[in-house]
Ligand binder design. Structure first.
Ligand SMILES: Nc1ncnc2c1ncn2[C@@H]1O[C@H](COP(=O)(O)OP(=O)(O)OP(=O)(O)O)[C@@H](O)[C@H]1O
Length: 244
C-alpha cells in the first residue's frame, strides 16, 4: 500500500450461493481523490462496498484500510472512516441534531468541536431547518441527507458512499457535490457508487466500471460520450463472459 492510498484491495472475492458476488477485485483509493464505481443493477457495487467496510467477510483476498489489514484492525481506526452504505444509520426517534451529535460522539469528534461539526454539516447539506425534526418525520431525501451527514461530519480520511444521490433533489445533488469536492481537497479519499454517469463524471477523478462482479475497466471523466464508452465496456465484457 502506497502512502498515498487510503484503501487497497487484493484479489477480493465473495461468492454468493447463486454464483453471483464479486471476484478478484483489486482497487485503490488515493488520498484526496474521488473514485467512482459504476455498474448496472446487480453488478456488485454494494457487495464490494460492504466487503470494504467489514460488513461482509470475503472468501478470499484482503482489504488494507489506512495501512491496516481490515481483519486485524483496531476499533479506533473506524473514527477515520465514514460511510453511507445501506439503510441510513439514524435513530428514528431522535431529532436531526441529536442524530448528528450522537454520530459525532461515536466517531470520536473532540467534545469542544461537536457543536461546530454539527452546525457545519447542517449548513453544508441544507438540513438546518430540519434541525429539531425527528428522523422518522423526515422525507426520504432528507433522511438520505442525514445518513450522509452522519457519515462525513467527522471529516474522515476515507469515505464510502453507496448511491448517495438516489433520493436527492437537484439542490441536494449540488450540495453533496460541493461537500465531496471540499473533503477531497482536504485529503479525504472517497469511493462513491452511482447509476448517474453524468453526475459522477462531474466530480470523479477516476471511474471504475464493474460488471457481473468483475472490475472491467475505467472511464475518463472528461470524455464527451461517456455513456457510450460505458455500454461498450459492459457489452464487450458480457460477450466475453457469455453464459458464465
Ligand atoms: N445476500 C445475498 N445473497 C445472495 N445474493 C446476493 C446477496 N446480495 C446480493 N446478491 C446478488 O449479488 C449480485 C450483486 O448485488 P449488489 O447488491 O452488490 O449489486 P449492485 O451493483 O449494488 O446493484 P444495484 O445497482 O441494483 O444496487 C446481485 O445479483 C444480487 O442479486
Amino acid at each position: 500500500m502506497a502512502p498515498t492510498d487510503t484503501l487497497t484491495t487484493h484479489n477480493l472475492t465473495r461468492h454468493y450461493p447463486s454464483g453471483e458476488g464479486v471476484h478478484n477485485i483489486n482497487l485503490t483509493i488515493h488520498h484526496g481523490e474521488i473514485h467512482a464505481l459504476v455498474g448496472l443493477n446487480g453488478a456488485g457495487k454494494t457487495t464490494l462496498m460492504r466487503l470494504l467496510l467489514g460488513m461482509l467477510k470475503p472468501d478470499h483476498g484482503t482489504v488494507t484500510l489506512l495501512g491496516h489489514n481490515l481483519q486485524t484492525t483496531k476499533p479506533q481506526l473506524w473514527t477515520h472512516v465514514g460511510h453511507a452504505v445501506g439503510t441510513p444509520p439514524v435513530y428514528a426517534e431522535l431529532t436531526t441534531q441529536a442524530n448528528l451529535t450522537t454520530a459525532a460522539k461515536l466517531r470520536a469528534v473532540p467534545p469542544h468541536h461537536i457543536t461546530t461539526a454539527v452546525d457545519n454539516v447542517l449548513t453544508d447539506l441544507n438540513l438546518e431547518k430540519y434541525r429539531h425534526i425527528r428522523a422518522r418525520n423526515l422525507s426520504a431525501g432528507n433522511r438520505q441527507r442525514l445518513g450522509i451527514a452522519t457519515g462525513l461530519l467527522h471529516h474522515p480520511q476515507l469515505l464510502i458512499l453507496d448511491e448517495p444521490t438516489n433520493a436527492l433533489d437537484p439542490a441536494g445533488v449540488i450540495s453533496l457535490r460541493k461537500v465531496l469536492l471540499d473533503l477531497a481537497r482536504n485529503g479525504t479519499g472517497i469511493l462513491v457508487s452511482s447509476h448517474h454517469l453524468d453526475e459522477v463524471a462531474r466530480v470523479a477523478d477516476r471511474i471504475t466500471v464493474i460488471n457481473r462482479g468483475h472490475t472491467i475497466g475505467s472511464l475518463q471523466p472528461g470524455t464527451t460520450d461517456i455513456e457510450h464508452e460505458f455500454f461498450n465496456l459492459v457489452w464487450n465484457d458480457d460477450q466475453h463472459r457469455g453464459e458464465e
